[in-house]
Design a protein around this ligand. Structure first.
Ligand code: C2E
Ligand code: MG
Ligand code: MG
Length: 755
């Protein structure tokens, strides 16, 4: 082989035992070997091949390399940074043919030693010396000569190898050439990499969606990219040579440009947001990074400014903030923002030793608007309420919507309670004014609870809680009014939650029972109905009146379970009376508004009837007038379905909620029960007497039976008989009693003694 290339023979590197002798070493400078034309020609040729071939040596170049050394194999291998490290053959001439895409493991191969020592010469016995190297086996390599490729950074990046299937003779002049060749290729690779990096930088510059502006040390613009033009509207030609602060909108905090320069002088980089102006004058927010590029002497060569228009992000952030802090229907602050504003107001008032008032407003009768005119009308009322509140309060005050029909207001700097009262009077008035609902007029009122800082609380949560308790009281005492917080309200609120807890337990512990009270027909004197009334004897044996716990059960939703229990229990009892042949007319069961709203009511009634066997025609349900008035339209369908089951419907506590005749007419009810409060003072109280007569007359005109409840005296009874009242119920005729007493009553005295 060596002979083929015409080079002089050299001794084979093997010791006496025939073991290959391996020579390691660094590359040698070719300048020292200047003789022998053929070699120099070969070197010159190789140098030309290396420098014209680029990173990936052409196969032609590799073939020449093999020919120069007179060997069967030559290749360039690049290290692949995998684990375990591999060598990837980038150009190879193997046994007379080109080879692509070949990879082998570095470990165990002579190439590993090339990397360590820079150069490796194995004149013969390569496979014996590197028994684990598959590459040597595969290419049938016997002798190996490799030199390392080194990047400009000093990193070892591969090797150039000549190898042969026979022993290789060392030629002293040609031997150092491989190292040189490797250096030339390394340089080429470096050049290509640098070019590639430059290209990459150029395309980043050109195609970056960020605006990029290069300026010199004097802040004069010397280059901008396409995105710069897109964002600012300025062409490169218009801005070259101008100062790089030409985009400033002049809206930034004073001192910003000094701060930026100081940061650049100091750490070489500034990152921040500022306001810029486009060519057309539009101002936009910009996120900007400026980097100072320095030479080795730390002198600034350039400033690179990269920026993007963040109007969209800012807009989105504002939207998110709005969604999180404002109510979409009324555009008022929501509960979260209210708490924040309240906190600020408290801090301010605290510092100024001032007072502020927190108002909690809950609309009365809002549900009626929703049920009558639909939800969009409801939304309209909420919007108008918000506007009215805002327009009647001062700019410094805060109005918020904090729940369905709940609003709140923070009144800053309030002096005396009189002032707060005057404001509340005014608010009650403006809320009461009719609402224009595209053709209809809606009406609502509001109940207001007031908590004052610092007397009623000095922190956000306490004030909120106390204003809520006061609002609750305003509702309880008749709505459309305001109430100042008083400490006992809080106690009551505590008590309420305690009682609710106990009631839940009472249901589980069977502490609940039923009493029954008869109703008589005044004309025949017979029992026409028996009303089931719930009783709760608590764990200490005390009776808790229904008027106390029924509202709690309604608030907590417990009423649905409780109501179902009453229905079942009462129906079982009534069915027993039927089976015992005891005439009781109908069983009357009280149904609360909340139960009526519950979709499961029909099912609960149905299952109580079928479980007990009581026919629907033996049942009547009492619904309070005030609830019927609150949800008239929804109620109607439910009522008809109940009627269809043979069940009678009675409006209980009639007269207190001012039902209109129009409403009453459309309801499928069979009976009105005049509220006890009208009966109490008749016949002496002429107003009440007149009302009772009117209700009876009206009921009859609608074809309804009328029953009077709470009849305690013979005078009352006589008066009622005189007005044509159909039925009576009250202590005069029979108190509510347990079922066993009722058994006796039904057995022996189911009729009234004639009066
Ligand atoms: P209501 O349905 O109007 O029941 C009549 C109330 O008046 C009963 O009070 C009864 O004991 C009482 N009463 C009857 N005759 C007289 C009388 O001559 N004089 C006086 N001063 N009172 C009389 P009670 O049992 O305390 O029930 C109060 C309210 O609690 C009931 O009023 C009803 O609204 C509600 N309630 C009772 N049981 C239930 C129930 O099982 N479910 C529901 N949802 N509410 C119930
Ligand atoms: Mg009742
Ligand atoms: Mg009643």
């Amino acid at each position: 082989m060596i002979q083929q290339s015409g080079l002089v023979d050299s001794p084979v590197f093997a010791d006496e035992s025939g073991q290959p002798q391996i020579e390691y070493g660094e590359s040698v400078n070719i300048a020292s070997s200047r003789t022998a034309d053929p070699v120099l020609r070969a070197v010159a040729e190789l140098a030309r091949v290396a420098s014209s071939s680029g990173e990936r040596l052409s196969i032609d170049g590799i073939r020449r390399l093999a020919a120069t050394y007179g060997v069967t194999n030559a290749y360039v291998g690049r290290l692949k940074g995998e684990s375990p490290a591999k060598v990837s053959v980038t150009a190879a001439w193997i046994n007379g043919a080109a080879l692509d895409d070949y990879t082998y493991e570095l470990a165990g191969s002579p190439c590993a030693d090339v990397l360590t020592h820079g150069r490796l010469f194995v004149p013969s016995g390569a496979q014996t010396a590197y028994p684990n190297c598959k590459m040597l086996k595969q290419f049938a390599i016997e002798s190996y000569f490799g030199a390392v490729l080194t990047a400009a950074s000093g990193e070892k990046i591969g090797m150039v190898v000549v190898a042969d299937s026979a022993p290789m003779v060392k030629d002293d002049r040609l031997h150092p050439v491989l190292g040189l060749f490797a250096d030339l290729i390394s340089l080429e690779i470096g050049k290509v990499t640098a070019q590639r990096e430059l290209k990459l930088a150029a395309s980043v510059f050109n195609y970056s969606p960020q605006g990029i502006m290069l300026s010199d040390a004097e802040h004069r613009i010397c280059k901008v990219n396409a995105a710069f033009t897109t964002i600012t509207g300025w062409q490169e030609a218009d801005v070259l040579g101008r100062r790089d602060n030409m985009l400033s909108a002049g809206r930034d905090e004073p001192g910003l440009s000094e701060e930026m320069q100081a940061a650049l002088d100091d750490g070489g980089v500034w990152i921040g947001e500022l306001w810029s102006r486009r060519r057309d004058g539009e101002v936009y927010p910009e996120s900007r990074t400026v980097v100072a590029v320095r030479d080795v002497d730390q002198r600034v060569l350039h400033y690179v400014c990269m920026f993007s228009d963040i109007s969209a992000e800012k807009f989105a952030a504002e939207r998110i903030h709005r969604l999180a802090h404002y109510d979409a229907t009324t555009d008022l602050p929501n509960r979260v923002l209210l708490q924040d504003r309240l906190l600020h107001a408290i801090n301010r008032a605290g510092r100024a030793r001032g007072r502020l008032a927190l108002l909690f407003l809950d609309l009365d009768g809002f549900k009626l608007i929703n049920d009558t005119y639909g939800h969009s009308a409801g939304d309209e009322v909420l919007r108008q309420v918000g506007e009215r509140l805002e327009s009647r309060l001062r700019k410094a005050d805060v109005v918020a919507r904090i729940g369905g029909d709940e609003f709140a207001a923070v009144l800053n700097d309030v002096g005396y309670d009189n002032d707060i009262q005057a404001i509340c009077d005014h608010l009650l008035e403006v809320i009461t004014e009719p609402y224009d609902l595209s053709g209809h007029q809606g009406r609502v009122t509001t109940s207001i609870g007031i908590a004052v800082f610092p007397e009623d609380g000095s922190d956000v949560q306490t004030l909120l809680k106390h204003a809520d308790a006061a609002m609750y009281r305003a509702k309880e005492s008749g709505k459309n009014r305001y109430t100042f917080y008083a400490p006992e309200m809080n106690e009551r609120a505590e008590e309420r939650s305690q009682l609710t807890r106990l009631l839940r337990l009472a249901l589980e512990r069977n502490e609940l029972g039923l009493c029954y009270q008869p109703q008589y027909d005044l004309a025949t004197g017979r029992v026409v109905a028996v009303e089931a009334l719930i009783r709760w004897q608590d764990e200490h044996g005390n009776m808790v009146p229904p008027a106390r716990f029924i509202p709690l059960a309604e608030d907590s939703g417990l009423i649905v379970t409780l109501g179902a229990w009453v229905l079942n229990e009462a129906c079982q009892q009534a069915q027993q009376w039927r089976e015992q042949g005891l005439g009781f007319g109908r069983l009357a069961v009280n149904i609360s508004g909340r139960q009526f709203q519950d979709e499961g009511l029909l099912e609960a009634v149905d299952s109580a009837l079928s479980a007990s066997g009581l026919p629907g025609s033996c049942l009547e349900l009492e619904i309070t007038e005030s609830w019927v008035m609150e949800g008239p339209y929804r109620a109607e369908t439910q009522m008809r379905q109940l009627n269809d089951m043979g069940i009678n419907l009675v409006i209980d506590d009639f007269g207190v909620a001012n039902s209109s005749m129009a409403y009453l007419k459309r309801f499928p009810v069979q009976k009105l029960k005049v509220d006890r409060s009208f009966i109490r003072d008749i016949p002496a109280d002429q107003d009440d007497a007149a009302i009772v007569s009117a209700i009876i007359a009206m009921g009859h005109s609608l074809g309804l039976r009328v029953v009077a409840e709470g009849v305690e005296t013979a005078e009352q009874s006589t008066y009622l008989r005189g007005t044509g009242c159909d039925e009576v119920q009250g202590y005069l005729f029979g108190r509510p009693v347990r079922h066993d007493e009722m058994n006796v009553l039904l057995l022996y005295g189911p009729t009234l003694a004639p009066s």
